[in-house]
Ligand binder design. Structure first.
Ligand code: B12
Ligand code: SF4
Length: 436
């Protein structure tokens, strides 16, 4: 008889992008873990965003993933299964950075990426000799991995979008970011042929949405290796995708890639502008961003019919109370299709965390509040309350009807994607405000 594996994604209950997020997005990490699971295991995935977690489920092993704001809930779930004598393995961003903390709630922690480790963990579980930690000395090779099995998410009420990754790692190591310290400083690309095969195998969604074949490339910067990006984009041109992804301001120098993006169905790019202050950028190690070029970057991407989701952080050391109005003015003037604001948050494992911790500026270590919509540290030029109020009022203004119209009116980017997205964000902001 097959053994039963239950993989769980706990919800971050106070998070604008968690419980309050209007768009229910799938969790790729657990599909990747499932893809590494040998066929003598029966797999079920439960995502608390879209369904209840049955703590009495009849299973042999539980695997839980968690970003920081969801980890306390992950621990609660782990405790409940362990109280029934069921072994629990944790993995993902937060347990990888705080394995000792996680081991107070789990039998075992997989530190870092599961590729190269997970089949061994399952074998140990079958033989009842689970180790407390599993970690490999090197980052795994990403060639020849099994495709994600999207049938595992068939009946879940997610937004119809497939998540696909082409690359892990980033050379920049910005101080507030978890990517380089988790996935390494070298971009590791999956072979473009593997990505193409995965995209080819995706079944377009049916149902009430007009856009049926949307892919989100979760890579932190889809152009980090330009030769690879060119090859990959050229390969996927014929698949009639509509895709979104993330990139850096350096896209401004890449007309050839922008044309390939447009021709392969790119609807939008998320760009981390972070701040309009060059001083802030240099403090956090992101000096390759130049605020005086931001408007041109956005205009260039728009010229290719591609929308821009601009991401900004509030609360960096040079930010005073004027930062909110300055950013709002920019967002409207630049006609950003979507904007996303975060409160600076020191995630464990980052340089920022070590620095603020050392300076004694972190006053809240309750991970539930590490949502980027709460203040957990002492900002330099504002009080925590000014930062919190300013952040919410900036979000409210950016998603007021007048700002949405100002930003989107006259743009040639995809209307049936960006208008609904703005109204979904508006709804998420309203929900989140109820919980302040
Ligand atoms: C796509 C994405 C999102 C999406 C979808 C999230 C989702 N449901 O998966 C959305 C937009 C909703 C989102 C939201 C948020 N995100 Co986000 N997101 C990402 C992004 C860009 C890609 C995630 C991904 O799919 N990676 C690829 C998969 C394969 O990697 P993985 O999940 O880590 O899984 C691997 C291993 O970790 C391990 N593993 C994972 N889980 C488990 C479980 C077990 C049992 C085992 C054995 C192994 C294992 O195996 C997998 C394969 O190797 C990452 C950056 C990144 N490069 O990862 C940020 C990232 C994960 N997000 C981050 C943050 C901060 C957030 C938010 C809090 C706020 C914000 N401003 O964005 C919210 C919180 C959401 C919530 N839960 O409440 C941080 C996390 C930091 C941290 N310490 O938690 C990251 C790292 C970004 C960053 N630059 O720092 N996010
Ligand atoms: S913010 Fe972007 S560029 Fe900086 S380390 Fe993170 S992924 Fe890389």
């Amino acid at each position: 008889m097959k053994k039963k594996l239950l993989l769980i994604s706990p919800v971050a209950s106070k998070s604008l992008m968690g419980k309050d997020f209007y768009f229910r997005l799938p969790t790729l990490g657990l599909l990747k873990v499932a893809a590494l699971t040998p066929s003598d295991w029966d797999i079920r995935i439960l995502d608390e965003k879209v369904e209840e977690v049955d703590l009495n489920a009849d299973v042999d092993l539980v695997g839980i993933t968690a970003m920081t704001p969801a980890v306390n809930r992950g621990y609660e779930i782990a405790d409940a299964f362990r109280a029934r004598g069921i072994k629990v393995v944790m993995g993902g961003m937060h347990p990888s950075k705080m394995p000792d903390e996680a081991l107070a709630h789990a039998d075992s922690v997989v530190i870092g990426e599961a590729e190269g480790l997970w089949p061994g963990v399952l074998k140990d579980a079958e033989e009842d000799r689970l180790k407390s930690r599993y970690q490999q000395p090197d980052f795994p090779d990403l060639a020849n991995l099994n495709n994600a099995d999207w049938d595992l998410y068939k009946d879940k009420n997610y937004l119809p979008v497939h998540f696909v990754e082409t690359t892990r790692g980033c050379p920049h190591d910005c101080e507030f970011c978890s990517v380089t310290n988790s996935f390494g400083g070298k971009a590791r690309n999956r072979p473009a042929a593997d990505v193409e095969a995965e995209l080819k195998a995706l079944t377009p969604f049916d149902g009430r949405f007009i856009l049926r074949n949307v892919v989100f490339f979760v890579d932190d910067n889809i152009i980090s290796n330009k030769a690879y990006a060119r090859e990959m984009l050229a390969r996927i041109k014929s698949y009639n995708l509509k895709w979104v992804g993330q990139t850096s301001v350096n896209i401004i120098h890449n007309d050839e890639i922008l044309a390939l993006m447009r021709d392969s169905g790119c609807m939008g790019l998320l760009i981390g502008f972070e701040t309009l202050s060059a001083g802030n950028l240099s403090n956090v190690g992101k000096s390759f961003n130049h605020p005086d070029t931001y408007i041109d970057v956005i205009k260039k991407v728009h010229d290719y019919g591609i929308g821009v989701n601009g991401s900004f952080v509030f609360g960096l050391d040079n930010d005073d109370e004027g930062v909110f109005d300055r950013t709002l003015e920019f967002v409207n003037k630049a006609k950003l299709d979507v904007c996303y604001f975060s409160i600076l948050t020191p995630y464990p494992g980052t340089v920022l965390y070590d620095q603020l911790h050392k300076e004694g500026r972190i006053f809240d270590y309750d991970w539930d509040n590490y949502t980027t919509s709460r203040v957990v540290y002492e900002p330099k030029m504002m009080t925590p309350d000014q930062l919190l109020r300013g952040y919410y009022s900036a979000l409210e203004s950016a998603y007021s009807f007048s700002s949405i119209f100002k930003r989107l009116w006259g743009l040639k980017t995809k209307k049936n994607f960006f208008w609904p997205m703005n109204f979904g964000f508006r709804q998420s902001v309203k929900e989140s405000i109820k919980r302040i």
